[in-house]
Design a protein around this ligand. Structure first.
Ligand code: ZN
Length: 220
């Protein structure tokens, strides 16, 4: 049975409870709308099942907890996370709302790879079901949302996956796409969805090589 969403599972220490200012927030808001419109962040009772972030000068900027990504998002729907203490399970933030429930997961992945400048987390049954066929790595096990275990499993997958890959699946949960900027992270998720959506009979697809040999057989 899927776990019921019950908000953030960590403490938040606000450095300032004010609206954050950063030019790139508009771009993140537009990616939030794209995710919602394409069904990559479906609605649930507590908001949208997805959270998007980019690396800022200090820490990163992420969607607030319980945000409906389909709405016209204002600066107050984003929070700057300047620190995450995993031992104390506490995040330090600037903003008007709590940061996303998966803040720890984003913080952990940013800490593992400095080249990652944007992390988008979405939910898509289609991508989950076809991950293996698409060559998308999957975490070894599943874990509860917002947990340190989930962050660690994601980190392990990030460490062991091919350097050229920029998307992986959190088992029985959702996916993480990332990149050197927001466009890379977003386009990678869009591409994965396009691959599974365009071809409903993806599993029956005949590889090109096979097609060519079948044709040669016929003309012999
Ligand atoms: Zn999720």
């Amino acid at each position: 049975m899927p776990e019921i969403y019950r908000g953030v599972k960590f403490k938040v220490k606000f450095l300032e409870k004010c609206e954050i200012k950063d030019k790139r927030i508009r771009k993140l808001a537009s990616w939030c709308r794209i995710f919602a419109a394409r069904g990559l962040a479906p609605r649930h009772a507590g908001g949208s099942a997805g959270n998007l972030s980019y690396r800022a000068k200090k820490g990163f900027i992420i969607t607030a907890s319980g945000t409906n990504l389909n709405h016209h998002l204002a600066a107050s729907d984003f929070v700057q996370v300047v620190g995450f203490d995993f031992k104390k399970n506490t995040t330090t933030a600037i903003g008007k709302k709590n940061p996303s429930s998966e803040t720890g997961l984003h913080a952990y992945l940013y800490s593992l790879n400095k080249k990652i400048k944007a992390i988008f987390h979405g939910h898509s049954e289609l991508i989950l079901k076809n991950a293996k066929r698409l060559g998308i790595p999957v975490t070894e096990r599943s874990a509860l949302y917002g947990s340190l275990q989930l962050a660690k499993l994601a980190g392990e997958t990030l460490r062991t996956m091919k350097k050229s890959s920029s998307i992986f699946v959190l088992k029985n949960h959702g996916f993480i796409s990332f990149g050197r900027n927001m466009s890379e992270a977003g386009e990678r998720a869009k591409k994965a969805l396009q691959m599974v959506s365009r071809e409903p009979k993806f599993s029956d697809r005949v590889p090109k090589k096979q097609k060519a040999s079948a044709f040669r057989e016929r003309i012999k």
